[in-house]
Design a protein around this ligand. Structure first.
Ligand SMILES: [Zn+2]
Length: 361
């Protein structure tokens, strides 16, 4: 948690009636949300302990969220791998429990574009499972099929710290990391990418090193996603993508989902506490649009994983982002692309490749 106590320093105007109406009319997908662990069974409660729960999504006009089984990086050995795999499967089971009707909210776990569209059309909140950190598959790509069987739609190749698949953007000397362990993807990582393509799992390059990211773009038959990253030209943080990486996304058809992490959005201003708002967030969207186009950028919060802005504190406040996008002059179809259209295009491409080369279901 970085910013629950952050002061509201921006001059954010209240969203217009137009913004409210548009926000509620659009399919709105947040591509990266953590869940509490251990589970507290509170996904259907409107609780101050979560920035995203299902009642807040409904209240805030959110349609869909990718909920991640996040596995912290630990030792790359058999014991660490076994623990990571067991925790990941248990977390995916909890995410799969986020469905049904309680407290006036109805949600459904969806793992294909058709399922997502059907749930959205019937007014049901959409829960999309995902896995954050390829460490969870250890050294056995066959485990990826178990993640897919539990509905997962993407796997983030690394977290902070290198794993058996790839080098991360941030290395962890305390875990024995050199600046680079593999020079990008390992042979196992390349095998994992092939399996993910066959299974319909998107390859998430957030947290990956630059070499890993560029190699994944080249190795994958499906465009990659950065599920929660920002623009390095605007904020020089290793978790962000530089211009060469953005250009590689454009050439391959991939998408960067800008995220609500103040440390990735704004360079620190002296000793002042870091604060960022939706205006800073949309600066990053503007940059990506100018450099590589509207169809390559989307939206994520990283809520409950450290993300939060002064004026986007939880899932009830997404309308502030829609209002800022309108103020910048984006039209309805562009805002719809940012709020989920682009991400859904990638899911559809992943399904098409899986149907040709492997299995999906
Ligand atoms: Zn993350």
């Amino acid at each position: 948690m970085t910013s629950s106590s952050q002061a509201h320093t921006g001059q954010t105007p209240a969203p217009s009636a137009e913004a409210e109406a548009l926000h509620r009319a659009l399919f709105t997908l947040d591509s990266h949300i953590d869940i509490p662990w251990p589970d507290r069974g509170d996904a259907f409660e409107d609780t101050d302990a979560r920035r995203v729960d299902l009642p807040k999504m409904q209240k805030g006009g959110m349609s869909a969220g990718c909920f991640v089984a996040y596995i912290a990086q630990a030792k790359v050995d058999a014991e660490g791998h076994a623990q990571a795999q067991a925790q990941c499967l248990a977390m995916l089971d909890v995410i799969n429990g986020m469905q049904g009707s309680q407290n006036g909210v109805t949600a459904r776990v969806c793992s294909t574009v058709a399922e997502i569209e059907a749930a959205y059309k019937s007014g049901v909140l959409v829960v999309i499972p995902a896995v954050e950190n390829g460490y969870a598959m250890g050294d056995d790509p066959a485990v990826l099929a178990q993640f897919r069987a539990k509905g997962a739609r993407y796997v983030t190749l690394t977290h902070n710290g290198h794993n058996a698949l790839a080098d991360a953007a941030v290395h962890r000397p305390s875990l024995g990391d050199k600046p680079e362990n593999h020079g990008g993807l390992s042979a196992l990582g390349r095998e994992a990418v092939r399996h993910m393509n066959h299974l319909g799992l998107l390859i998430d390059v957030s947290h990956a090193s630059k070499k890993t990211m560029l190699q994944a773009v080249a190795a994958s038959a499906v465009p990659v996603v950065a599920s929660h990253s920002c623009v390095r030209a605007l904020c020089d943080h290793p978790r962000n993508l530089d211009d060469e990486q953005l250009d590689a996304l454009k050439a391959s058809g991939g998408v960067i989902q800008i995220t609500a992490m103040p440390a990735f959005l704004k360079p620190r201003d002296g000793e002042a506490p870091r604060s960022a708002g939706v205006a800073d967030f949309v600066d990053h969207i503007d940059y990506v649009v100018r450099r590589i186009g509207v169809e390559h950028v989307g939206i994520s919060s990283d809520f409950d994983g450290g993300g939060a802005l002064a004026d986007w504190q939880n899932a009830t406040q997404g309308v502030n982002l829609t209002a800022e996008l309108l103020r910048r002059g984006y039209d309805r179809s562009e805002i719809a692309a940012f709020w989920g259209g682009n991400f859904m295009r990638l899911l559809g491409q992943a399904e098409a490749v899986a149907e040709q080369t492997g299995t999906i279901g």
